[in-house]
Design a protein. Structure first.
Length: 229
C-alpha cells in the first residue's frame, strides 16, 4: 500500500502489528436530521448516539445504515491516521447521502478536528487523512476524550467509533451491500509512540436483504381473503 498517496509522512521504524479493526452497520449513530447526511466540517456531537448493530440480514426496504468501526483486542492509543473505504454490492445507495462525518470540535477542552482537508468525504470513494488532524484514537476507559465520536470499551470489547452513514434506497430481496477497505490506499495506523505499524486486518460490514417475514405475508393474505368475502 502506498501510504504516500494519503499525503502522510511515515515515521521511520515499524512495531508489532495492530489488532483487527471491524467495520459494522448500526441503526443508530446520528440522531440529528440536520447532521445525518452532512458533509460539513462541523461538530457532530449534538447528534451522536451509541451503536445498535445490524445484521447480517435486513428486510427489503430503505435504510440509513450508520457505519461504525471497532478496535478488537486493541492496543491502547493506536491511531488511524489514514483510510479509504469502498461500497460494493447490488443494493442501490444514494452517493450524496452516504457520507463520512468530518467531525470538528471547536470548543475546548481541547479543540480538534478528526480529518484534514476542506472537501466533502463520501463513503464510496473518499480518502480520510490526518496529518495535522487527530484521526481516530483507540481511547481507554480511563483516558477518553469527550470530543471524540466514540464509545468506551466495555468488558472485552474495544473502542467503537462512528465513521458516517450509508443511505440505502429500495433494496429488494437477494440484494446485498458491503463497505470494505479500498485496497488502492488502504489504511495507515500508528501506535502510542507515534511509530507506524503494519496494516491491521479490516473486516468488512455486510448486510443482505431478505423478503418480509412469512408471518407478515400470511397476515396480508388473510386480510385479502377477508376482503373478498
Amino acid at each position: 500500500m502506498k501510504k504516500t498517496l494519503l499525503a502522510v509522512a511515515l515515521i521511520a521504524g515499524v512495531s508489532a502489528a495492530s489488532a483487527d479493526i471491524n467495520l459494522f452497520f448500526s441503526s443508530t449513530g446520528m440522531s440529528s436530521d440536520a447532521l445525518k447526511y452532512s458533509t460539513a466540517l462541523t461538530n457532530f456531537l449534538p447528534g451522536f448516539t451509541g451503536p445498535t448493530p445490524i445484521g447480517p440480514t435486513l428486510d427489503e426496504g430503505s435504510y440509513d445504515l450508520f457505519l461504525w468501526g471497532q478496535f478488537v483486542n486493541e492496543n491502547d492509543y493506536d491511531q488511524i491516521y489514514g483510510i479509504q473505504l469502498q461500497i460494493q454490492g447490488t443494493a442501490a445507495y444514494d452517493g450524496t447521502k452516504s457520507v463520512i462525518y468530518r467531525h470538528n470540535k471547536t470548543t475546548p477542552p481541547p479543540a480538534y478536528k478528526r480529518w484534514d482537508g476542506a472537501q466533502p468525504v463520501y463513503v464510496h470513494n473518499g480518502v480520510m487523512a490526518a496529518v495535522i488532524a487527530r484521526g481516530i484514537v483507540n481511547w481507554t476507559s480511563s483516558d477518553v476524550n469527550p470530543g471524540d465520536l466514540v464509545t468506551l470499551p466495555t468488558g472485552s470489547e474495544g473502542t467503537k467509533f462512528l465513521l458516517g452513514v450509508v443511505r440505502v434506497e429500495n433494496a429488494t430481496a437477494g440484494q446485498e451491500l458491503t463497505v470494505s477497505l479500498n485496497p488502492q490506499l488502504g489504511i495507515a495506523i500508528r501506535n502510542a509512540e507515534g511509530v507506524t505499524i503494519p496494516d491491521p486486518p479490516v473486516n468488512s460490514a455486510t448486510v443482505t436483504f431478505v423478503p418480509e417475514p412469512a408471518s407478515l405475508l400470511l397476515l396480508g393474505l388473510a386480510g385479502l381473503a377477508i376482503r373478498r368475502r
